[in-house]
Design a protein around this ligand. Structure first.
Ligand code: ADP
Ligand code: GLC
Length: 490
């Protein structure tokens, strides 16, 4: 039971359903609700990007002043509403010059040149907001590099209002660290003393995530395996030694699933809903997908789906290497994604030449749901994967994941085992084209030749439950830890 009711400020650059490029948004839209259910008093804050419709939000009467060093004080408007199906307040920082753009971080794959100012501004605004609301948090929960300045800001420039506040940093993806020209130290206004090799300095530049790993009272990642992996050279992106030095305060907490959103028995995006007791709707969904992508409508062919960013992280290089070989088999593949231009071009070319391949380049939430439901198997051969949500969604839809055993993929997928028969997917270990190809071959073989076993695995998968409440309990324990370890300001 709840020991202490905590006041929590949860800051994120993207939150479902308001703005999303990846799993961070799913987490930020769901975890605060679970923490609220556990009895905590939590508020969420994010930027008001251009595409977030202001007319559906309530404007706070007073503007918010945000000190930005030599740039002086900038004035933002603040809007608010609640997260859907909850009473968790969410606040939007509205500042046209920084956030009135179509992209969140980039346009056409080119990162905005002022991302440093944009997110230092946002981090400071989030802290100023607390003052304006007279909400003194016990915990500041920052997520990824975008809000990584908050732990230090809260104990230096803003310490007056946060003297008793502890900070927690969650790393959703170590690849993106917030690496900027060192002049940003002046905008942060935290003192150049923090520009040293143990904190924010990294090859004479500022590394926000590195600094936050030192400054936060606790650090979490989104699976236990990833918490181990980031301490190694293979997955540490140059920060492995730094992370090892702070390993005592590092915890791995697996993400959950919002089963109101991702559930075949409730999913309005599907051609037909279904569930464990009646799976007939899944076939309807398969036909729907085949029609959507102009594939031959056949119940008996293995249909393999992919949804995700076209980024090296997701193993798109491996897929590109084997896709033609796989398409020579009697299978169908559908892919939904966008990102690296070479991949968009390459897969478009494959789609042009192969009748059993369907591609949608772009972002579509509804299509993502349809692919989860209509596919027999879900492909996720990631090179690294802090948690990964799509494989967990797939389980609920009875769509068996084919994954590389990295990070959260390894923690959530149990390999099919002909002897023990308790698997929920197919796993390979080496990041090689051969390993991927052979595993797809194996999964397709089980689909074609051992239908009973395949069905048992689908049922096993659908019965799994990755609850946000369980994750929230994990965060609750980390918050208590952070409060007990809180360092005094320097
Ligand atoms: P990551 O955060 O690394 O991108 P996750 O698996 O944690 O990976 O989360 C990705 C989320 O983004 C999932 O909810 C997935 O459905 C969604 N997603 C990714 N690409 C697309 C796309 N092109 N269209 C719709 N949804 C997408
Ligand atoms: C990141 C990771 C992904 C994780 C998501 C949410 O974007 O790449 O593995 O599921 O954050 O934590």
């Amino acid at each position: 039971m709840l020991k202490n009711k905590l006041k929590i400020l949860f800051a994120a650059a993207e939150v479902v359903p308001f703005a999303k490029t990846g799993g961070l948004a799913d987490v930020a839209g769901a975890l605060p609700k679970a923490l609220k259910e556990l009895g905590h008093d939590i508020i969420v804050v994010m930027p008001r990007y251009y595409k977030i419709d202001k007319s559906k939000l309530t404007k706070l009467p007073a503007p918010l002043g945000v000190p930005m060093g030599v740039m002086g004080e900038l004035w933002a408007a603040v809007y608010t509403t609640t997260l859907p199906q909850s009473d968790v307040p969410i606040y939007f920082i509205d500042y046209e010059e920084y956030f009135g753009r179509h992209g969140l971080y980039e346009d056409e794959n080119d990162g905005y040149h002022d991302n440093d100012n944009r997110f230092i501004f946002f981090s400071k605004a989030a802290l100023q907001l607390c003052k304006m609301l007279q909400f003194t948090p016990d915990i500041i929960h920052a997520n990824d590099w975008h809000t990584a300045a908050m732990p230090l800001l809260s104990r230096t420039r803003f310490v007056h209002d946060f003297a008793h506040t502890a900070s927690v940093l969650t790393i959703h993806n170590l690849q993106h660290q917030g690496n900027f020209f060192k002049g940003i130290m002046d905008v942060m206004e935290v003192g150049w003393g923090h520009f040293n090799s143990h904190e924010f300095e990294d090859f004479d530049r500022v590394n926000l995530l590195k600094g936050a790993i030192e400054q936060a009272d606790a650090v979490t990642t989104v699976s236990k395996k990833y918490a181990q992996e980031i301490q190694t050279e293979e997955f540490g992106f140059g920060l492995e030694k730094h992370i090892q030095a702070h390993a005592k305060k590092l915890f791995g907490i697996l993400n959950g699933v919002d089963y109101n959103e991702w559930n075949p028995s409730l999913d309005n995006a599907l051609a037909k809903k279904y569930d464990l007791d009646d799976m007939s709707g899944k076939l309807e969904c398969k036909r729907d997908i085949q029609k959507h992508f102009n594939l031959e409508v056949r119940d008996d062919v293995a249909l393999i789906g992919f949804v995700g960013r076209f980024a090296e992280q997701k193993g798109i290089g491996l897929i590109a290497g084997v896709i033609n070989g796989i398409l020579d088999l009697d299978v169908q593949i559908v892919m939904l994604g966008a990102g690296e231009k070479w991949a968009e071009g390459f897969f478009s070319d494959v789609a042009h030449h192969r009748a059993n391949f369907g591609l949608h380049v772009g972002y579509s939430d509804a299509l993502a749901h349809k692919i989860e439901a209509g596919s027999d198997m879900f492909l996720m051969p990631s090179i690294f994967e802090p948690c990964g949500l799509n494989q967990i969604y797939s389980l609920r839809y009875g769509t068996l994941p084919i994954v590389r055993a990295a990070g959260g993929l390894d923690d959530t997928i149990i390999n099919f085992d002909e002897n023990h028969k308790n698997g929920n997917g197919f796993k390979f270990y080496e990041a090689s084209q051969d390993a991927l190809y052979n595993t797809v071959l194996w999964a397709v073989d089980i689909y074609n030749n051992d239908k009973t076993e395949f069905k048992i695995m689908q049922k096993t998968a659908m019965k799994e439950h990755f609850s946000w409440i369980d994750s929230a309990k994990g965060y609750e324990a980390v918050y208590e830890y952070a409060l007990s370890k809180k360092r005094v300001s320097k």
